[in-house]
Design a protein around this ligand. Structure first.
Ligand SMILES: [Mg+2]
Length: 495
């Protein structure tokens, strides 16, 4: 991520202290004046409905694995252990080699696992660093939703298991089977019915959701829901989240001007499917308040809303289906919900001193490397001169210079070794604190990760949960922190 200047603290009109605490803050990549936003849309799953990830993963893995066994995979898969702590968002599945990868923003593979075995630097280099990686091709699958994490957990575990038990394995076929079984589990109710049967177990109901929606409505903004979930599931979930949350809104439908379910994002942004009134089972191009629709498209929604383009803010969790497509196909402003931020911010806070130390080690290493290169160049020059001087006083002077440079080179190399060892141990500690397998979701080593890069590119705002928006006035001006160019930075000479 780009370097941020600390935001100045000030008093909000309501008297509370700004900015809110880090975990409740909304972060801004691109300036946004909330007073100019006339309509705010929300995705539902993982945006308004915050799922308990470990419970959802367990449910999804059980359903997927039982379908894999029906397809002929070993019964042993049912009793195996699956590591739900293995995957993170932003990973790339390599269907050809059976690996799971994490890239930086330049598509450079920084970390790779085969099963649960970490590839060595040389293995990574041979597989991925000799030609440009093309993540958009058939060979790769980008894991960009929290739903997708369970598929990675199953893939890594099955690759590990089948290889250690000596079975032949088609990595591409295995991943296709896992994907299909996971999709089927969503379609046939194996997952959704279980969620609806025990909502408190799977969904973290946020009591301030009603407050946020009321606050936005009171400021005159139109609200709408665009979710890919079907109408029945949407009805049950939204009722659980919002019914009776506030006296003024007896039903969840009262909060929204328009409700679009089964919206088939990203096609919703790119195609022209009509809306279908669920109750009347009629196609329509115009929406009415209080009714639930399926299908639809952005153009008809904008026309009905009476607002379009940058007057609309859409809040979602899916980088591709919600944020990237909305951004590329329209000029809707975007806010991305990134649940992982709670953990990321905690590590940044708890390891603040370690981060400072890592930065100062990098600076020291740069300075030592410069000095080392200088002595190496001078030594070369002295040795060239010595060629022509077999004896005499000048030879004695050059000999002394050679000894001096060699000593300095030895000393600097030893220093560099110590600095590298400390930096590498510190980086391991920090990566481990973020995530035992992959480190920070936003970073890949000292670079921004490909996921972090997409967040920077496409999410105007980002925050850990939708209700964090309630911390701000509906007229708030979100300002991207000033970015310093390298020549403006007074604290990092020579970098
Ligand atoms: Mg979602």
């Amino acid at each position: 991520m780009q370097e941020r200047l600390p935001a100045p603290e000030c008093d909000s009109p309501a008297g509370s202290v700004f900015p809110p605490p880090a975990g409740r803050r909304v972060y801004c990549n691109r300036n946004l004046r909330l007073d100019l936003v006339k309509a705010v849309g929300f995705d539902m799953d993982y945006t308004l409905a915050i799922y308990r990830q470990a419970e959802m993963d367990r449910l999804s893995i059980e359903a997927t694995v039982s379908k894999l066994v029906k397809r002929g995979y070993s019964e042993e898969l049912v009793s195996m252990k699956y590591r739900t702590d293995f995957p993170i968002r932003g990973l790339l599945i390599d269907r050809k080699l059976g690996n799971v990868l994490k890239m930086d923003s330049h598509r450079y593979v920084k970390t790779a696992f085969h099963g649960f075995r970490k590839l060595t630097r040389e293995e990574r280099r041979r597989a991925y660093h000799t030609r440009r990686l093309r993540p958009g091709t058939e060979r790769y699958h980008w894991v960009d939703t929290l739903y997708g994490l369970s598929e990675v957990a199953v893939y890594a575990a099955v690759v590990e298991h089948l290889e250690t038990s000596g079975g032949a394995l088609d990595y591409g076929q295995l991943f296709s089977d896992i994907r299909e079984c996971a999709d089927l589990s969503h379609q046939d109710g194996s997952i959704l019915d279980a969620v609806l049967d025990d909502l408190p177990r799977y969904v973290d109901r946020d009591p301030s959701l009603g407050v946020l929606l009321h606050k936005l409505r009171s400021a005159g903004k139109r609200l709408f829901l665009v979710t890919n979930s079907g109408p029945d599931y949407t009805e049950a979930m939204m009722s659980y989240l919002l019914d009776q949350a506030l006296d003024e809104y007896p039903s969840w439908k009262n909060y929204f001007d328009y409700i679009c379910s089964a919206s088939r994002k990203p096609s919703f942004f790119t195609e022209k499917a009509p809306f279908v009134d669920v109750e009347a089972q009629e196609e329509t191009r115009t929406l009415q308040r209080g009714r639930v629709y399926t299908g639809g498209n952005i153009a008809d929604l904008e026309r009905t809303l009476g607002f379009a383009g940058d007057e609309v803010l859409y809040v979602g969790d899916h980088i591709y289906g919600d944020v990237l497509r909305a951004k590329k196909e329209s000029t809707w402003r975007t806010a991305m919900i990134i649940q992982e931020m709670d953990d990321e911010l905690r590590v940044l806070r708890e390891h603040a001193l370690n981060f400072e130390r890592a930065a100062s080690l990098e600076q020291m290493r740069g300075a030592v490397q410069d000095e080392l290169r200088e002595h190496q160049a001078r030594l070369k020059s002295v040795e060239r001169k010595l060629h022509g001087h077999e004896s005499g006083p000048e030879k004695a002077t050059l000999d002394a210079q050679r000894v001096r440079h060699r000593r300095s080179i030895d000393r600097l190399r030893a220093q560099l070794k110590d600095l590298d060892a400390e930096h590498s141990a510190l980086q391991d500690t920090l990566d481990e604190a973020f995530h035992p397998f992959w480190g920070s979701v936003f970073k890949a080593g000292s670079e921004v990760s490909s996921f972090g890069h997409q967040v920077e590119q496409y999410a105007g705002l980002y925050t850990s949960r939708a209700t964090n928006l309630a911390q701000y006035s509906p007229m708030h001006y979100f300002q991207s922190p000033m970015h310093r160019m390298p020549h403006e930075s007074g604290s990092s000479p020579g970098t």
